[in-house]
Design a protein around this ligand. Structure first.
Ligand SMILES: [Zn+2]
Length: 351
């Protein structure tokens, strides 16, 4: 006679095993989740082994069919727990949970890259062209003597041209913030003999009221060439090569008479308007030309001041740099260049 009660018991046994596996699976899952270091990993691993041992012991009470069913469940449980544990193994390379793991292989597409400030980008471009033409870069202090900034450059104390370049004075009456980088030229000439081609770039200061085209501090690039048989044609050739080399072959250079105390003859340097390419627009006041700087043959008095012989010849030129990025990017206000407005930089090519 078939023993029904035995059958029911066995079914109960199988059912309770299934429940046991389910419960242990849930419990171990959350334990594995909270593994943070070697200790908790080892602990959970031993616990899994202990549970499996108990499961195998319990299987003894089952008949073959049940063993087959429950055996499969235990096997699934074992595989699942082991692979979950494996995935936590990385955490066990550290002695404790306080050290966070940094995955250097993770790609972060949220990184913002900076860009060169438009002023510096144009400035470097100008510098690069002149260095290619053989100019040597010479730097000097931004705080200098009145002597180097004015007197030696043929602008004595009462010279009206000083008003055009009025600058900031420091407590000591003879010490000022340089109003142009020509101070560097004086310093260089007093310590070097010609021939030479130097470039003195840098920040200069003037007592200018802030408006759309003026700030009390701006960038300048100045060149000085001294040697034998230097003529005004050399100056013109250098300016043309500079403008075309920096801004492009399509730009022309125009030289008009001007006045500076330290050059004779003196010239204003114009280049064809970068906005309308010479056709005439609002920026160039319909002339097609933009004033970019001044130049001239160095005044004999300046050479005399630095102790050079009478026959010395040379030319000098200077550009204000701020104007160029304004024209390039259509920035209407000069002070915008110093405000570092991220939104503006984004518009003109940054990220
Ligand atoms: Zn124009």
């Amino acid at each position: 006679m078939y023993n029904y009660s035995n059958e029911i018991n066995k079914n109960r046994e199988e059912k309770s095993m299934k429940e046991k596996i389910k419960l242990q699976s849930e419990a171990l899952n959350s334990k594995i989740d909270s593994i943070t270091d070697t200790n908790s990993y080892n602990e959970t691993n031993s616990l899994l082994k202990k549970i499996l041992k108990e499961f195998y012991a319990d299987m003894k009470n089952l008949d073959n069919d049940e063993k087959k069913n429950v055996g499969k469940l235990i096997n699934d449980f074992k595989n699942e727990m082991e692979s979950l544990l494996e995935s936590k193994k990385d955490n066990t390379n550290k002695p404790n949970a306080d050290t966070k793991k940094v995955d250097l292989s993770i790609y972060n597409d949220n990184i913002k890259f900076g860009m060169k400030h438009p002023l510096i980008a144009v400035y470097e471009k100008m510098e690069e062209t002149l260095v290619r033409m053989g100019f040597e870069i010479v730097q000097g202090p931004e705080i200098d003597l009145d002597r180097n900034n004015f007197e030696m450059l043929n602008m004595e104390n009462d010279h009206p041209a000083r008003d055009m370049q009025d600058t900031f004075y420091i407590e000591h009456p003879d010490v000022i913030l340089r109003s142009h980088t020509s101070t560097v030229q004086i310093r260089y000439m007093e310590t070097h003999k010609p021939p030479f081609k130097i470039l003195s770039p840098g920040v200069v200061y003037r007592v200018d009221e802030i408006d759309a085209q003026h700030t009390p501090c701006f960038y300048q690039v100045e060149g000085l060439v001294v040697g034998e048989d230097i003529t005004f044609s050399d100056l013109k050739g250098t300016l043309i090569a500079f403008v075309k080399g920096t801004f492009g072959d399509e730009y022309e250079v125009r030289i008009t008479p001007s006045f500076y105390p330290y050059t004779e003859p003196s010239a204003g340097i114009d280049m064809s308007c970068v906005i309308c390419k010479g056709k005439g627009c609002k920026t160039c006041r319909n002339t097609g030309w933009l004033r970019i700087g001044g130049a001239g043959m160095v005044h004999p008095k300046v050479f005399k001041n630095v102790g050079y012989p009478k026959e010395t010849v040379g030319f000098a030129f200077g550009f204000g740099v701020n104007k160029f990025p304004m024209l390039y990017y259509g920035i209407p206000e000069m002070r915008t260049l110093y405000e570092n407005d991220i939104e503006l930089w984004k518009q003109i090519g940054g990220e």
